[in-house]
Design a protein around this ligand. Structure first.
Ligand code: NAG
Ligand code: NAG
Ligand code: NAG
Ligand code: NAG
Ligand code: NAG
Ligand code: NAG
Ligand code: NAG
Length: 642
């Protein structure tokens, strides 16, 4: 429609100025622009999604080419051919192979260039892109681009959004380059191989609202000038090699909603100025070398939702002021060196869903005020010298999905209130629990993960255990459990839920033999790890174990097994670990088993195996075959000719 109006107007003027207008034809887009686009297409070697199908030399690039938009003077303004195309109600994921033509640099009016998510654009970014002085948006993220960020980019003074994330771009980001891009509001360079320091000139980008440099190899410190970026809302410097401390100036970023500095080598204290981050919702400083205590001023972060400080070296008491953070939903403080009591003010965190204080040096009484945390779903206090003795009865008032109290000094019997809880994930391992596994364990029907390892339970497994139809991971190792395994292996499921993923019953007094038909139930069909070592099982290794198509780890060390290693075990193709040492196994080692493709750990030492060790590719040490009087051949001494 537009074209026909254009024709009419022009045909009228045409009569008056025909020599002039015959060259500046309205029908076609600018010739230089068109050539540049055709040259770009020329360098695309595969376009299976037909993104450039409409780009033909016989048609008008302004009106007929998909993803190309022009201004009124027929100059190309926008190019948008990203790999994610949303149709009315679905998204088509697509790709394009090729390199970026330097001719694109001739599109002198270009404002938007979006070639993101094409996955397979390779080679360097042409320095000619520096000629695109009107460019406001450049999106080349999610490709396979290599080389440096061209220094010519310093001419892109109007650039507002630059996304080069998820490529293979390397080298440093020169200060002179970045300092020139003063119109930038969003800069994404994440997921590349950029190195050297984050340039100090970043402090000149006063319009910046989003800075994402995560997943590179940046080293050196965080520039102090970061504090000048008062509009910054999103700052992600995680997964680099950044050292030094968090600059005090960071506290000036009052608009900042997200701060990710995790997985670096940042040391020093969390600055008290952090209280200035009054808009902060998400704060992740985990996996660093932070020391000192958490400043009490943290209590001023009145919009905070998640604080992740785990895996640092933080010390001191947990500040009571944290209790002011009514918006807080998740606290991950694991694996630090916090001491003292859990502050009773934590009971005011009415929105708290996750409280993880595990692996610290916290002691003293757990404040009963925590019973007020009605939204709490996950509580992890494991590995703290809390000397609990009993799990306080008020825990019954919590509606927990996950309760982790490993190594907290719990003694005596399992508390009965557990029977009416809806806990799904329960870890009470490494405590001093004793007595029987009660019948009411069968009432905990929401259990999907149960770890009671390293305690003093001494009983058989009650029949009601079979009611745990959602249970997937069971760890009972290092107790004094007795009786038969059948109750465990034949528990109910709620298909497709409740199939076992892992079972560890090692270091108990369970009796065998392992039922030949155990794999006939859906319960066992998907198991990846079966560890039964150090139990007086007796009997043979069932052939049917070979039907466990997901099994990766099979450990049956010291279980009084006799008979042969079934060749059928070689059908369990995912096996990486087979430990059968210290049994009474006889016969030969089946070639098929020793040559399982994924096999990494194999040990049959201390049996009565005989014959030649089959040739195998896996690197298995001599010690794995020792103490089998009849076994010979590499890596053992050669077999004697008979
Ligand atoms: C070019 O892209 C910009 C930014 O996305 C948009 O605002 C403008 O409307 C587009 N121009 C044309 C002619 O499509
Ligand atoms: C466009 O750019 C290419 C390569 O950068 C150059 O060789 C060519 O002379 C330019 N063409 C026009 C018409 O400006
Ligand atoms: C990252 O930088 C360090 C020095 O800071 C260097 O030793 C290392 O090789 C670099 N790694 C990569 C993947 O470039
Ligand atoms: C199991 O969980 C569901 C939903 O989370 C809940 O409705 C149900 O009451 C729980 N069952 C038990 C036995 O606690
Ligand atoms: C159970 O807890 C112990 C430590 O207390 C741990 O080593 C083991 O990995 C846990 N089991 C599972 C299945 O996570
Ligand atoms: C366990 O559940 C059964 C059946 O729902 C019920 O009769 C019994 O009282 C429960 N036991 C405990 C200890 O809650
Ligand atoms: C739990 O298991 C026992 C023994 O197998 C059975 O008698 C009982 O009906 C089961 N209870 C529920 C609530 O399913």
């Amino acid at each position: 429609m537009e074209l026909s109006i254009c024709r009419k107007t022009f045909s009228f003027i045409f009569l008056l100025f025909s020599p002039f207008f015959s060259s500046l034809s309205c029908k076609a887009c600018n010739a230089v622009d068109k050539e540049a686009l055709l040259e770009f297409k020329h360098k695309i070697t595969a376009d299976p999604s037909k993104l450039l199908q409409s780009w033909t030399s016989s048609s008008d690039c302004c009106t007929s080419w998909e993803g190309v938009a022009c201004d009124s003077s027929k100059r190309v303004l926008n190019i948008s051919r990203s790999g994610l195309i949303s149709d009315s109600d679905f998204i088509v994921d697509t790709y394009m192979t090729g390199t970026l033509s330097p001719y694109l640099g001739n599109l002198s009016n270009l404002q938007v260039l979006d070639l993101s998510d094409l996955k397979d654009l390779k080679g360097p970014i042409p320095p000619e892109f520096g000629k695109l002085s009107r460019l406001t948006h450049l999106f080349l993220n999610s490709n396979k681009l290599t080389g440096l960020i061209p220094i010519t980019f310093k001419s892109l003074a109007r650039l507002e959004k630059l996304y080069l994330d998820d490529n293979y771009i390397s080298g440093s980001v020169p200060s002179s380059l970045i300092g020139s891009l003063t119109s930038l509001s969003e800069l994404g360079l994440s997921g590349n191989q950029l190195s050297a320091s984050i340039p100090a000139a970043i402090g000149k980008l006063l319009m910046l609202t989003k800075l994402d440099l995560h997943g590179n190899n940046f080293s050196g410190g965080i520039p102090t000038g970061i504090g000048k970026l008062r509009k910054l809302k999103y700052l992600d410097l995680s997964e680099n090699q950044i050292t030094g401390s968090i600059p005090h100036s960071i506290g000036k970023l009052s608009e900042l909603a997200l701060l990710y500095l995790n997985q670096n080598k940042i040391s020093g204290n969390i600055p008290a100025s952090i209280s200035g981050l009054s808009s902060m919702q998400f704060c992740r400083l985990s996996e660093n070398k932070l020391t000192g205590s958490i400043p009490a001023s943290i209590g001023l972060l009145l919009k905070i939702q998640r604080i992740i400080l785990e895996n640092n070296k933080l010390t001191g008491n947990l500040p009571a002021t944290i209790g002011h953070l009514a918006t807080l939903t998740d606290m991950f403080f694991s694996n630090n060196r916090f001491t003292g009591k859990i502050p009773s003010s934590f009971g005011n965190l009415q929105n708290l869903q996750t409280l993880d204080l595990s692996r610290n040096h916290l002691s003293g009484k757990i404040p009963p005020q925590l019973a007020k945390l009605q939204r709490l779903q996950s509580l992890d206090l494991s590995s703290n010298p809390l000397g609990l003795v009993r799990i306080p009865n008020w825990f019954a008032k919590l509606n927990l999905f996950r309760l982790m109290l490993a190594k907290t000094g719990i003694e005596g019997r399992l508390p009965r209130w557990l029977s009416s809880s809806s806990i799904s994930i329960l870890d009470l391992s490494s405590n001093a629990l004793t007595g029987t596994l009660p019948n009411w364990i069968g009432n905990m029907t929401n259990l999907s993960f149960l770890n009671l390892s390293s305690n003093g339970f001494h009983s058989s497994i009650p029949a009601a255990f079979g009611n745990l139809s959602l249970l997937m991971d069971l760890d009972f190792h290092s107790n004094k459990f007795t009786g038969h395994l059948k109750t465990i292996f034949s528990k109910e499921t709620q298909d497709p839920l409740g199939h076992y993923n892992s079972i560890d019953l090692s270091n108990n007094m369970f009796m065998g033999p392992i039922d030949e038909n155990i794999v006939d139930t859906p319960t066992m069909a998907d198991i990846t790890s079966l560890v039964l070592s150090h139990n007086p099982l007796g009997g043979a290794i069932p052939k049917s174990l070979g039907k466990l198509t997901e099994l990766q780890k099979l450990e049956l060390v010291g279980t009084d097994l006799s008979g042969k290693i079934p060749v059928e075990l070689g059908n369990a193709k995912e096996l990486t670990t087979i430990l059968l040492s210290k049994n009474k196994l006889s016969g030969a080692i089946p070639e098929k088993v020793l040559n399982l493709k994924e096999l990494k750990k194999f040990d049959v030492s201390g049996n009565q195996l005989s014959g030649r060790i089959p040739p195998h590719k896996a690197d298995i040490p001599v010690s794995a075959f020792k103490d089998n009087p009849g076994l010979c051949g590499p890596p053992l001494p050669p077999c004697k000719r008979s």
